[in-house]
Design a protein around this ligand. Structure first.
Ligand code: SAH
Length: 397
């Protein structure tokens, strides 16, 4: 079962080998000299001359036949325990300082940790795993006990209810992999207690990637009137109120999410939260003619462009939202605006913000650029991995 994997090396075309040397991690069947690959294997990758280009995971189902795992010493394929334990140990070591008892952090971030198709988030004693590669799916027995032991986890579950699994022919499922079922877990971030629901919450239970932005909001919030748009469980609202905001209005179409935001404010003994169950577009239009103005607005919509085809409509949506939000800023007010669409790259996002700001009776400055935190490292050779763009704009008066 755990003996060496004996799949022969896969040879890339000369062109693909050049890309691989530059760090590009994804290869289609056209990039291979022999287009049929065995599914779900760890293999050596070679250039046309037989020189080594490191290890990769194969897939028989996906258009992506190979996903690179980076270099590995020697010329053999390591057994799965050796390989996964080394990669997981390195990923954990890179997160030293983020592993306190009540911390939330991403422990494994796919390709950036040399583990394509694997995401692991830690919420205190709970680990949530997402597998979007058949290799990960086949090797859970080498991954889960090791992670549980290294991180002293009481519970490990799979949130495998992600669309990307369909491309691999893998089923949609949420299931316990280790320990006992834990419904709710509290993490502490920037001094604020957040309740995470690993079985039912969005993504793996929480938007861990917005940690730096919530920290910035906390730092900026003192005395300000805050508007938190697409608030979900009010992560930004709680950070703002903890930072001394005068008030926070959380807007989301989900009444259930807003009830969780109110429970969060109570658990942190924070006053000043109001919630509005509404469509954000309608809510912003309803304020347009009124007198309400805000000192700090957070605009954190879901990904409007899930594919390249949806890009034009998505850009229009982001532009309209940002224009409506900018109009509601009080003098010197700030807008923290986000996009988590892979397809909307930073220059494009900044361009649409320029368009949104055109024609306003005040100038708008870009104060700061942020992204996901250091536990979500971005791989330089894979620009798509920089999916979250966060900009802090300020009205100049
Ligand atoms: N800011 C949140 C994450 C936002 S997730 C945080 O930091 O935790 C996106 C949220 O937008 C979801 O809660 C979803 O219910 C909500 N949503 C999506 N489309 C919406 C719309 N048109 N109007 C209001 N809420 C919407």
């Amino acid at each position: 079962m755990n003996g060496p994997v004996v799949a022969p090396p896969i040879r890339l075309t000369a062109k693909a080998a050049t890309l691989a040397r530059r760090g590009h991690p994804w290869f289609y069947r056209d990039d291979l000299q022999e287009p049929s690959v065995p599914g779900g294997q760890i293999v050596r990758v070679h250039d046309p001359e037989g020189r080594d280009l490191g290890l990769a995971f194969t897939s028989a189902h996906s258009k992506l036949a190979l996903r690179s795992c980076g270099p590995w010493p020697g010329h053999d394929v390591p057994d799965r325990e050796t390989f996964f334990h080394a990669r997981l140990r390195a990923a954990i070591e890179r997160r030293a300082g983020m592993l306190g008892k009540e911390d939330g952090a991403r422990i494994v971030h796919g390709e950036s940790d040399g583990l394509p198709g694997l995401v692991v988030d830690r919420y205190g004693p709970v680990l949530v795993l997402q597998a979007t590669s058949p290799v990960i799916e086949n090797c859970l027995d080498a991954i889960v006990p090791f992670l549980a032991e290294q991180l002293a986890a009481e519970s490990v579950l799979a949130r495998n209810d992600v669309g990307a699994r369909k491309l691999e022919g893998l089923s949609q499922e949420i299931r316990l992999l280790h320990g006992r079922r834990i419904e709710n877990v509290t993490i502490v971030e920037h001094g604020v207690r957040h309740t995470v629901r690993p079985w039912t919450g969005h993504k793996t239970g929480f938007y861990l990637d917005q940690r730096p932005a919530r920290g910035l909001v906390r730092d900026l919030a003192k005395g300000r009137r805050v508007l938190d748009l697409f608030a979900y469980q009010g992560g930004f609202s709680l950070a703002a109120l903890a930072g001394g905001a005068a008030s926070a209005i959380a807007v989301d179409q989900s009444a259930e999410a807003l009830a969780a935001a109110e429970a969060g404010a109570a658990a942190n003994v924070l006053s000043g939260l109001a919630t509005r169950t509404d469509n954000v577009f309608d809510f912003l239009r309803s304020l347009r003619e009124g007198q309400d103005r805000f000192d700090l607005i957070v605009l954190d919509p879901p990904a409007f462009a899930k594919s390249r085809r949806e890009l034009t409509g998505a850009l229009r949506g982001y532009r309209d939202l940002n224009r409506l939000a900018l109009r509601l800023l009080a003098p010197h007010g700030m807008l923290l605006t986000c996009t988590c669409s892979h397809h909307v790259v930073l220059p494009e996002f900044e361009h649409l913000l320029r368009q949104a700001a055109a024609g306003l009776p005040f100038k708008v400055a870009l104060r700061q650029r942020l992204g996901a935190g250091p536990d979500h490292p971005f791989w330089l050779s894979l620009p798509e991995s920089e999916y979250l763009k966060v900009l802090l704009l300020q009205r100049l008066d």
